[in-house]
Design a protein around this ligand. Structure first.
Ligand SMILES: NC(=O)c1ccc[n+]([C@@H]2O[C@H](COP(=O)([O-])OP(=O)(O)OC[C@H]3O[C@@H](n4cnc5c(N)ncnc54)[C@H](O)[C@@H]3O)[C@@H](O)[C@H]2O)c1
Length: 310
């Protein structure tokens, strides 16, 4: 029987992944945690523990006392927000991951840890970005994810830790707000479209970025974690593709539902980050090794977002 601890469970990905894990494993086997103690109210049916994921000792105590067998380690500071305080971002993202990897080594845990397309940089081929291209990241977040990938691979090779990871593109969802990434416009636009019928975008109209709808992102994590270990040959992190589009293309799709919708553009510092990221992702390795396939295209995402956002 699996017993699963989730760190950073109150975030954009955590809330939905936690619910999916409850459905798969049962409420008694899922333990949600987050540094934000108030987020306990998001988890009515399961046990919630306030946990600073950089507290390595506390992670080990919880793993031992709760008989944890798997950790989904989601706590992190994201790309745009991370630039406000680079050293703190590095400290949080790295220290928490190393604490989780140590616990995994000592207690024989299976780990899911998301990386990001932020590991890529200006020297990376931007179109159809391959699994292992040159990559000099442009943000401290990207540096932390790239170093994190190497640490995951090291713990897998050296200590046989069963760690699995995907490089998520920008995630689009309606249950919890995004936490400060460069792709957040693709969520904000739906709220503003519904509320005000207009949106001022912080990226240029033709900025093509890889994105993924949350149900696909959650399924990617759970399918990867469920795949037989013998099929998982990549222990850094897998490229996974969803759908790539520009703000202009999303606007055209939105206008199909809200003909009066208007967009304006005021690019800010996030434009430079976006310009250093891929426009599309080649995920052939994930397809071959654990049969990854996305299900949501832009039309389906738009329809579902407009139907569900409050
Ligand atoms: N959302 C995306 O577009 C995206 C894309 C690629 C990768 N990812 C990765 O997915 C993971 C989850 O991202 P998200 O979008 O849910 O982020 P988020 O910012 O929405 O949520 C992060 C959560 O971590 C918590 N947290 C912050 N510091 C913490 C600490 N010290 N200890 C414990 N909890 C802490 C926050 O309170 C928050 O609830 C991250 O590792 C992120 O890098 C997300």
């Amino acid at each position: 029987m699996e017993k699963i601890l989730i760190t950073g469970a109150a975030g954009q990905l955590g809330v939905e992944l936690t619910n999916a894990l409850i459905s798969k494993y049962g409420a008694n086997n899922i333990l949600a945690s987050d540094i934000n103690a108030k987020s306990a109210e998001k988890f009515q049916s399961i046990k919630f523990i306030p946990l600073d994921a950089t507290d390595t000792k506390r992670i080990a105590e919880i793993v031992a006392s709760e008989h944890i067998t798997q950790i989904y380690h989601l706590a992190a500071i994201l790309s745009a927000k991370g630039e406000d305080n680079p050293l703190f971002t590095w400290e949080l993202n790295m220290k928490s991951l190393l604490g989780v990897l140590e616990a995994a080594k000592n207690y024989n845990l299976k780990v899911f840890w998301p990386s990001s397309i932020a590991v890529f940089g200006k020297d990376t081929p931007r179109e159809n970005t391959p699994q292992n291209p040159p990559a000099i990241p442009s943000t401290v977040y990207g540096i932390s994810k790239q170093a994190g990938e190497q640490w995951c691979n090291y713990y897998a090779e050296k200590f046989n830790v069963d760690i699995r990871s995907v490089r998520y593109p920008g995630l689009i969802s309606y249950s919890a707000p995004p936490g400060g990434g460069t792709t957040d416009y693709a969520v904000e636009i739906f709220y503003e479209a519904k509320e005000k019928n207009e949106y001022n975008c912080f990226l240029k109209a033709d900025t093509r970025l890889p994105m993924m709808y949350m149900p696909d992102a959650v399924r990617a994590a759970i399918e990867l974690m469920s795949a037989p270990a013998s099929r998982i040959k990549t222990r850094t992190s897998y490229n996974v593709a969803g759908v790539s589009f520009t703000p202009d293309e999303l606007t055209k799709e939105l206008k199909g539902h809200l003909p009066e919708f208007k967009i304006s553009y005021t690019p800010d510092f996030r434009q430079k980050i976006a310009d250093s990221w891929p426009t599309s992702i080649n995920d052939q390795v994930a397809k071959t090794e654990w049969e990854w396939t996305p299900k949501y295209n832009l039309a389906r995402i738009t329809e579902d977002m407009l139907k569900n956002i409050k």
